[in-house]
Design a protein around this ligand. Sequence first.
Ligand code: ATP
Ligand code: MG
Length: 382
Amino acid sequence: MEKVIIVRYSEIHLKGKNRGYFEKQFFNNMEKALSDMPHIIRKNSGRYLVEQFADEESTLDALKKVFGCHSLSVAYKVESGIETIYQAAKSVTKESGSFRITTHRADKKFPLNSVELSAKIGGMLLEDYPDLTVDLYNPQFTIFLDVREEGYSLIYSEVIKGAGGMPVGTAGKGMLLISGGIDSPVAGYMMAKRGMCLDAIHFHSYPYTSPAAREKVEELTRLVSQYAGSIRLYIVKVTHIQEEIHKNCAPELMVTMLRRFMMRIAERLALKTGAQCLITGESLGQVASQTIEGMTSSNSVVESLPVLRPLVGFDKEEIIERAEKIGTFETSILPYEDCCTVFLPDHPAIHPKKERVLAEEEKLDVEGLIEEAFQSMEIVRF
Ligand code: ATP
Ligand code: MG
């Protein structure tokens, strides 16, 4: 018996006139996710069927990461007939417990109507498995029979939750500021889930930060790209900026000032590459630099793009839970320095004053430092 995967999509339904566009993006994203595996994807009345795959588990795993998917089922596909449907139902049933059969009959030429077919197959199962009972209202499991117009039927029992959200590519592009920490990969995931394509920028302070720290960020970007599709990662050196701040400015403002440089560089890059917003992993009050004053200070240097902070209201615990679920946590906790920990003052300013920050910045050649950072830029594609 042939196995197929039924892929149902979610919020796409809501999009009315745009529906065709959303469906096409969803289809392309599934194609990309399965590109290195054998498969055929067919549109099938408001959902998709993935057929002729080689390995069920890896195919399902890849499909579970495609946003826009509401749920999935692995189904047997058989020629429509009582005996063939029954054999498939036997393959998906449990041997004991309460069950019901739910039939959808699109093929009006099939000799039994849906109620009759449910009763027929249910009766045959009860005969073969004495420990089964029927419970129409609160069954332990349900067997679904879908008798298609095309002459075949789909039979399945499990319904697996999909990734939800909107297809990546339907909501513009964002520039993710990615560190090696737990939060920013999750922030990227959250925006991709809303349909946004991503590029990413990472700042390092080599030789104060190690090549291993950079590899970790590359790996995190690769993990996020399993959900977000292809990502260009821009790697930018800010060692000279930190050294200049360290040499010339008030030590307690190190992090605040560095953040402002990061935001300026990220915005300029975004404008050059067509990204329409910046995305950070900040969460209110999580650390000294993530007070509302800290965010105001780094926000105020961004001139024309919104800064999205999808984790702003999340607890650390909630972020960790999500990181574990999406598979970035183990990599995020590898112990490598982030550039923000280089020259870290003992007492970073928690409520940086605007006038103070501006006065300290006066001491630096802001434009020259940004220009030098752009010179160092490398690009890695995922
Ligand atoms: P994360 O877990 O994402 O590292 P964090 O809790 O360590 O976040 P901060 O170090 O205050 O918080 O960083 C806040 C945000 O600033 C990060 O989520 C990220 O978006 C951005 N950021 C911090 N360091 C870097 C870096 N080296 N390169 C790019 N972005 C960075
Ligand atoms: Mg960090």
